[in-house]
Structure formats: C-alpha cells, structure tokens
Design a binder for this molecule. Structure first.
Ligand code: ATP
Length: 221
C-alpha cells in the first residue's frame, strides 16, 4: 500500500531544513508524497507568527517544483486552535484504507509531545517518522515518556531505526542530513537586516521581502 507523509508545522517561514527533511523521508520510506500542513493557530508556537495565508503561500512557493510535495490547507480552513489530533483524525477518515499515513516531525517536537492536546491519542492514530535534529542526539529520545527503554535496539536500515513505543503505534527515527536551520533563526536575521540567502528558497525570500514580513518584530521572536 502507498505511504503518505504528513508534515505538520508552523512554517514561519518554511526553510531548507524542512524541505530536505521531507525529501529524505520520501526516499527512506518510499513514500508516494509528503503533504505539508501549515497550522492556522498553533497552541504552542505563537512567537512572531505571521498570518496563516502568508505561511501557506510560502509553503506553496517552496514546494511548487516538486511533484511529490503537496500542501494542505486543512488546518487553515478549519481555523480555531490547530490541534494535531483533529487534523489526523480527519485525514485518517479521508484516506481510509487507501494509504498508510506517517506523521513527520522533528525530534524536538516529539520530545515536546507531552505538552500536546491528547498526545497519547495522536501517537496511536498514525505512524511516526521522527527526524534527527541538532543539537539533540538520537539516544535522547529515550527520555520521552512514550518510548520504551529498549527503543533503539532495532535498526531497520542505515538511516532508519524502529523506535519501540509503550503504547500502540509505530515510530521510526530517521537519521537525516543535519541542517541546523530554524524559522526562529531566519526571523531573527531578517529583524536584524542580515542576509538569509541559502537558508530558504529564493522565491520564499522574495515573498518575505515583498510583503515586508518579519521586519521590526521587536519582542520575542
Ligand atoms: P521555530 O524556529 O519557529 O520554532 P522550526 O524551524 O522548528 O520553527 P516548524 O515549522 O515549527 O519550524 O517545524 C515543523 C517541523 O519540522 C517540526 O516538527 C520541527 O521539529 C521540524 N524541523 C524544522 N526544522 C528542522 C530541521 N532543520 N531539521 C529537522 N527537523 C526540522
């Protein structure tokens, strides 16, 4: 059966760390496609958040040239607080038996999951691809309350390790090319009028400049 990657995030803005991660997940799991899902109103990441229309458009621009990348406005259309569980339940229903769904997220986000709304339900709703992300190292995943102590004893391939979970659900740790890029870093550089070249696609950079996004954000970024 075909595999579909679901890549949720604020994408504020989207950058090469996201794009390369999606490409490596696509290849390592032979996925049919990766669907980028920009959040509308993320309960836990509101610093320097620009409107969802802009974030959605930037993701569209960034993914336009890749046939296997898709963008979903499911959270933007639903509005309200963007709870991952609601999105996943809707997508599980939409795809039915036609695909195996993998939620893609960075290790930092996975470690933050105890703070998520209905986190345990999220874990048992779909499969997980957890991306390595600096500065965390792989073994730190053992500190997650959802992960079994023997979690990392199951290498599946050179870059993929099956992660044993305490409850129902399949999770894999994907060792990706480490790109220490974050949206926070990009917002801070723009705010300081420094170059962000080569950290994100040029068309996204042009969009940010045209719209004057992230300039003069003096408070917490
Ligand atoms: P911010 O700096 O605003 O917190 P971010 O760079 O983490 O943002 P998000 O849109 O919040 O970007 O990320 C979406 C998902 O992609 C998250 O699960 C995050 O962990 C993952 N991710 C983002 N950047 C990277 C990266 N460079 N390497 C691996 N995973 C990443």
């Amino acid at each position: 059966m075909r595999g579909v990657g679901l890549f949720g995030g604020t994408f504020n803005p989207v950058h090469y760390g996201h794009l390369r991660a999606a490409e490596e997940a696509l290849s390592a799991f032979s996925l049919d496609k990766v669907v980028f899902i920009p959040s509308y109103n993320p309960p836990l990441k509101r610093h320097g958040l620009v409107p969802s229309d802009d974030r959605l458009e930037m993701v569209r621009l960034a993914t336009d040239s890749n046939d296997r990348f898709e963008v979903s406005d499911i959270e933007c259309k639903r509005q309200g607080l963007s709870y991952t569980i609601c999105t996943l339940q809707e997508l599980v229903q939409n795809y039915g038996d036609r695909a195996v769904l993998y939620f893609i997220l960075g290790m930092d986000s996975f470690m933050d999951m105890p703070n998520w709304y209905q986190a345990e339900a999220v874990i048992s709703t779909v499969n997980f691809i957890i991306l390595t992300r600096p500065p965390l190292n792989e073994s730190e995943i053992l500190a997650s309350p959802y992960v079994d102590a023997e979690a990392l004893n199951f290498p599946a391939s050179e870059s993929v390790t099956k992660v044993k979970l305490k409850q129902k659900g399949e999770a894999f740790l994907l060792n990706i090319t480490a790109l220490d890029i974050s949206s926070t870093m990009i917002r801070q550089l723009i705010n300081r009028e420094k170059s962000v070249k080569y950290l994100l696609p040029e068309n996204v950079q042009s969009y940010i400049i045209d719209k004057g996004l992230y300039r003069g954000q003096s408070t917490e970024l």
